[in-house]
Design a protein around this ligand. Structure first.
Ligand code: NIG
Ligand code: FE
Length: 411
């Protein structure tokens, strides 16, 4: 099956060779080709070039992209889209004055989602999650990371990860999975957090590894959740199963989570809404990337990650949605790009790089995703007739996507 895209107004993020990750001024470099064609063979990009030398012959499908811009699909490296029900009531409680932390202390928050998930069958959980996956694919997401963490029992954590794996098999999208057993301390362990960390280490991690259900390991390292010592123990144990850390740190407080992530060679440290100069220095001298989640800042009304400062400090920045029922019930990467430009002062080029090349690397997918490169997955966004790629974040909240190609298939 081959598909030819012709008359592309501008083909964005073209890279002759796959680039691993971008930092500093390189984040502002976005190579493009005007008046271009692109040829897809099955699920891959076969070739691309300028219309003056467009391929001739017969093709299974020809898509005329006159006036339209084509980009590689977004990679969303941080989500919790496998969840049950919703937390609309807590949204209203926050409008009426309660904080996210106050709601959690009253047994709401993550524990509320865990209770719902434990009572939901695996089939029902799959149906609810698949609906969200289809929604985000239509908004241009072509690869996605999905975390567990609303199970909080061995059985329910495995159920979540099995659902995520099934989404990978049944939809033309690449799913990477992360074991986040340390998302909150369950009620049963309220006065025995150590006991829960033991359970994670002795029972959950081996079971997850046995079924090969996760690529990464995560911990919510935060006051009231898991300490740096807990994080240290869990990440140390996870190395036995080759699970690479991608951790939640500095959402509300800076308690040393960044340094702990760096110590364990985390691929990414995520959130970073509250960041000290020491934290930034830690990241500068590490291979760890910073993941900003502006949808969470928007929804909870907390500070935005200092993305501008991080880029200026030479730290490779990634943008993701954090799609989850409590702190960011949206998987719209287009909104995330706009918020990053508007609130974090990223240029459109920086935001696009953070959501494609760097985001692919943040999931270990740099060889197959994140750019228009021969041999990479044919994961493409075809925009409506917009004047330039910078219009995408500028025209925030409006739908600029005409169609989406996932692994060579037009959705
Ligand atoms: O990334 N901060 C921890 N976890 C999620 C939110 C979890 C929830 O409220 O359900 C996050 O924001
Ligand atoms: Fe998260």
């Amino acid at each position: 099956m081959n598909v030819l895209l012709t008359n592309i107004r501008e083909l964005v993020q073209i890279r002759e060779f796959p680039v691993k990750k971008l930092s500093g001024p390189d984040m502002n470099d976005l190579p493009t080709l005007k008046n271009a064609w692109l040829l897809i063979q099955d699920d891959r990009i076969l070739n691309f070039g300028g219309m003056e030398a467009a391929p001739e012959g017969t093709f299974d499908q020809v898509i005329d992209c006159s006036g339209k811009t084509v980009l590689p699909s977004w990679c969303d490296s941080h989500t919790h889209i496998v969840y049950a029900g919703n937390r609309e009531q807590e949204f209203v409680d926050r409008i009426n004055g309660l904080t996210y932390q106050e709601i959690a202390q009253k047994g709401g928050g993550i524990l509320n989602s865990a209770k719902k998930l434990q009572q939901t069958s695996e089939e029902e959980l799959f149906e609810q999650s698949a609906k969200r996956l289809v929604e985000v694919m239509a908004m241009g997401t072509g690869a996605i990371e999905i975390k567990s963490g609303y199970g909080l029992t061995t059985e329910a954590e495995l159920k979540m990860l099995r659902v995520a794996k099934r989404l990978d098999r049944e939809y033309p999208v690449t799913v990477k999975t992360t074991f986040l057993g340390a998302h909150a301390v369950p009620k049963e362990f309220k006065n025995n957090k150590e006991g829960y960390v033991d359970l994670i280490i002795e029972e959950m991690l081996p079971a997850v590894a046995e079924e090969k259900l996760a690529d990464f390991v995560d911990v919510f390292c935060e006051d009231g959740y898991f300490s740096t010592e807990d994080t240290d123990r869990i990440l140390s144990a996870a190395t036995r199963y080759n699970l690479v850390p991608k951790i939640h740190v500095n959402q509300f407080n800076t308690i040393g989570g960044v340094a702990m992530g760096v110590k364990h060679k985390a691929l990414t440290v995520d959130h970073l809404e509250v960041l000290s100069d020491d934290d930034i220095r830690e990241l500068q001298h590490s291979g760890t990337m910073a993941v900003a989640l502006p949808g969470c800042s928007f929804f909870l009304g907390i500070p935005y990650t200092p993305g501008r400062t991080l880029i200026d400090a030479g730290v490779p920045l990634v943008l993701a949605t954090d799609f989850n029922p409590g702190s960011s019930p949206s998987g719209n990467m287009n909104f995330v790009l706009a918020a990053a430009c508007i609130k974090m002062k990223l240029s459109p080029e920086e935001a696009i790089n953070a959501a494609t090349i760097n985001a692919a690397h943040a999931m270990g997918l740099e060889d197959t995703h994140g750019s228009i490169t021969k041999g990479k997955k044919a994961n493409l966004i075809i925009t409506t007739e917009i004047p330039s790629y910078g219009f995408l974040p500028y025209y925030f909240g409006n739908d600029c996507i005409d169609s989406v190609i996932c692994e060579g298939k037009l959705l």
